[in-house]
Write a protein that binds this ligand. Structure first.
Ligand code: GRF
Length: 202
């Protein structure tokens, strides 16, 4: 396949979603062409290197202005001819400056059934709220925090004796299934975004 969608992945840490994307890329309609981290030594960088994907570290602290940090990200992504940006555990909020530059071309995976529990510690938020069903959401990134159009979701049960760790692990299994399928569907063009509604199928 010659014209697979060129995906750039932004990470900050462990990289288990990156691993899932890399594992599913063989024979898929997308390829991961660049992995960028704002954190030096992030385990995700080793995963990328082991898969032969070029990486770069762009420490946000090196930049006085957020826009300059984001321009540095964009420059790396453009140099790699990236067509779709995936946030996989990227722990910096992206401002409208970056979102506008990559409008409708940024996907995030979030560990809750949005619009419930946006932001940090979504799994603990779900437990504290007492919901009986939790899950994860793949969505396009807009200017808000976890507010962009929902591409796909997967649900898991919440158990009576759950801890945030146990619930997170159950959700993570679904994240690893969902994210590669969504990226592949976007690459194939089988998911279409019309306003806040997403048409088509995974
Ligand atoms: C995942 O729970 C994801 O939903 C959230 O950050 C975590 C990243 O984990 N956005 P990993 O680095 O992909 O293992």
């Amino acid at each position: 396949m010659t014209d697979r969608l060129r995906v750039g992945v932004l990470v900050s840490g462990r990289g288990s979603n990156l691993r899932a994307l890399l594992a599913a890329a063989d024979g898929a309609a997308y390829q991961v062409v660049r992995v960028l981290s704002n954190v030096a030594g992030a385990p995700a960088l080793e995963l990328a290197a082991a898969a032969g994907v070029p990486t770069a570290v762009i420490p946000h602290r090196d930049y006085a202005r957020r826009a300059d940090f984001e321009d540095a990200l964009s420059a790396e992504l453009r140099a790699a001819h990236v067509q779709l940006v995936v946030l996989a555990g990227f722990m910096r909020v992206l401002t409208p400056h970056f979102v506008g530059a990559w409008r409708d071309r940024i996907v995030n995976i979030h560990p809750s059934l949005l619009p419930a529990f946006p932001g940090l510690d979504a799994q603990a938020q779900a437990l504290a709220a007492g919901v009986r069903v939790a899950g994860c959401t793949a969505h396009l990134v807009d200017e808000g925090t976890d507010t962009g159009p929902i591409l796909a979701q997967a649900a898991v049960p919440v158990r009576w004796d759950d801890t945030a760790e146990a619930l997170s692990a159950r959700i993570l299994v679904e994240e690893h299934r969902l994210l590669p399928r969504v990226v592949n569907a976007l690459a194939l063009g089988t998911l279409r975004v019309e306003g806040r509604r997403v048409m088509g199928d995974l």
